[in-house]
Design a protein around this ligand. Structure first.
Ligand code: HEM
Length: 470
């Protein structure tokens, strides 16, 4: 019998050659959800001859992975494509570089600084609502996915790079869209990863990266030249923080890595999250009614302000529940740098450990009827019944999301402003299919119909459950 330290977790073996690779690639979310439900908190999954990965799903074991054993793991260095774009930025850096970068960035995420930024961005969201209204009046159906992406780029870019970004936002959004369309799609068969991507896609991607960098370096050189009346976003603090910590100047290349990392971390997730929230609101009109009523009761037809967003308790629950069902980051991946144990099971050095947020957010013992959209799961009383780490859309531990609070504030500001003015409905028959890429995207985008929303004045016509909110 093996020493208990080497106890192996249960898990599926799949077929002789490819293990579970085919099933996982065909539908990764369904696969991880099945494995988490059938094999428990830690599962060892065979992905080929002598190739195994570990899925950690139980909240207590997620705590072991991300907190108790944190020094036994690094981020998965196999995000090669992403690493090429991000360089040595906060999301993928490790060790001292990471801890220095995090310490320097942290003060930029204090609540008062975030509130001030959210208030500054109110007019961007108002302009976005104007644009949607205009598009809605011209076309019957529009794809709102690239629109939310552009909005979240504006929110992130102007926050991180200030005025010089604003001047370039449209051009950069075009480049970003080109890169997104050419980005390799996750293979759906076992042999798919051996397929060579079409040369045209490789060249398009290469050109998009270099066009994007051209803008970023132009922004950096504008910043280096200075200007008293220009807002340069986070750049001054990142540069002076680096100098104070190391006594050295931050090079243009390293500043580029930092701002591109923050920009992508902030807007990819937020844009995709915004889509899913509005998809769910369109699918559950009774929830949308409650959202509209709460926003009306707190702000009337006034432009919402950051300080009062905390009064939108129901909207908060709606966003949390959307991030449970469609967590914009659907999974975390780590590599063990030494032998260790999770849940009493042996995890060998070099092993890949995955947490599927999608699967953990659906564990039946913590989430009754997990596919149903029910924001009231997030009342204080209901949340208190669940263990910590059962809900982790922003991860947890030392590598948790630095921008979680900002993401919630911006999502609330956007939901509030849009719900004051517009009714966004999914086009009848438009297919919604999950496309887990770096973030959880929609395979066919999100075609919607947009109409101006008329504030309801006669609350007596509403069901009594909603009148209380009015
Ligand atoms: C809905 C929006 C967002 C979601 C769901 C989200 C989620 C996450 C998750 C799950 C991680 C951990 C990834 C991992 O460990 O592999 C992460 C990391 C990170 N996020 Fe976010 N994020 C969001 C918005 C933002 C925003 C607005 C910012 C602002 C810049 C941001 C900055 C970061 C950074 C810098 C990290 C890396 C932290 C580190 O490794 O120390 N995120 N995010």
């Amino acid at each position: 019998m093996k020493h208990p330290e080497f106890k192996q977790p249960p898990g599926p073996d799949g077929s002789y050659f490819f293990g579970c690779l085919t099933e996982m690639r065909q539908n990764p979310m369904a696969f991880f959800t099945r494995v988490a439900a059938e094999y428990g908190g830690v599962a060892k999954i065979r992905f080929g001859r002598n190739k195994y990965s570990y899925l950690v799903s139980e909240p207590e074991f997620i705590r072991e992975l991300l907190i108790k054993n944190k020094t036994s793991y690094i981020k998965n260095t196999r995000y090669k494509q992403l690493a090429r774009v991000l360089g040595e930025g906060l999301l993928l850096s490790e060790g001292q570089t990471w801890s220095r970068q995090r310490k320097i960035a942290q003060p930029l995420f204090r609540l008062e600084a975030l509130h001030a930024q959210v208030d500054r961005s109110r007019s961007d969201i108002a302009n976005f609502a104007d644009r949607l209204e205009l598009l809605g009046s011209k076309n019957q159906f529009i794809d709102i996915e690239p629109e939310f992406s552009k909005l979240s780029q504006m929110l992130a870019g102007s926050w991180i790079m200030g005025d010089p970004f604003r001047a370039r936002a449209d051009e950069m959004a075009e480049i970003y869209l080109t890169a997104t369309n050419a980005w390799p799609v996750a293979p759906r068969t076992a042999l798919g990863s051996y397929r060579i991507p079409p040369i045209r896609a490789i060249l398009t991607l290469k050109k998009a990266f270099s066009d994007f960098d051209r803008h970023i370096f132009a922004i950096i050189s504008e910043f280096r030249r200075g200007g008293d009346s220009i807002d340069f976003g986070m750049m001054p603090a990142l540069v002076s923080g680096h100098f104070e910590a190391t006594g050295e100047e931050l090079s243009d290349q390293r500043l580029r890595d930092q701002i591109v990392t923050l920009f992508i971390a902030a807007h990819e997730t937020s844009g995709t999250g915004m889509c899913w929230i509005h998809y769910l609101l369109s699918k559950y009109p009774e929830v949308r009614d409650r959202v509209q009523l709460e926003v009306a009761s707190v702000f009337g037809s006034k432009l919402p302000c950051a300080a009062d967003l905390s009064r939108l308790e129901y909207v908060d629950r709606v966003i949390q529940e959307s991030f449970r069902i469609y967590s914009p980051i659907h999974s975390l991946s780590r590599v063990a740098v030494e032998d260790n144990t999770i849940g009493g099971y042996h995890i060998p050095k070099g092993a890949t450990v995955i947490v599927s947020l999608f699967a953990t957010h659906r564990l039946a013992k913590y989430w009754k009827n997990p596919e149903a959209f029910d924001p009231d799961r997030f009342t204080e009383a209901e949340s208190a019944k669940r263990p910590p780490f059962s809900y982790i859309p922003f991860a947890a531990g030392h590598r948790n999301c630095l921008g979680g609070t900002m993401a919630m504030l911006q999502a609330k500001m956007t939901v509030a402003q849009l719900s004051q003015r517009l009714k966004i409905d999914l086009m009848p028959g438009h297919p919604i299919e999950l496309m887990p890429s770096t973030t959880m995207r929609m395979r066919y985008g999100m075609k919607v119909e947009i109409e101006p929303f008329e504030q309801r004045s006669n609350f007596e016509e509403l069901p009594t459950s909603l009148q209380a909110l009015a």
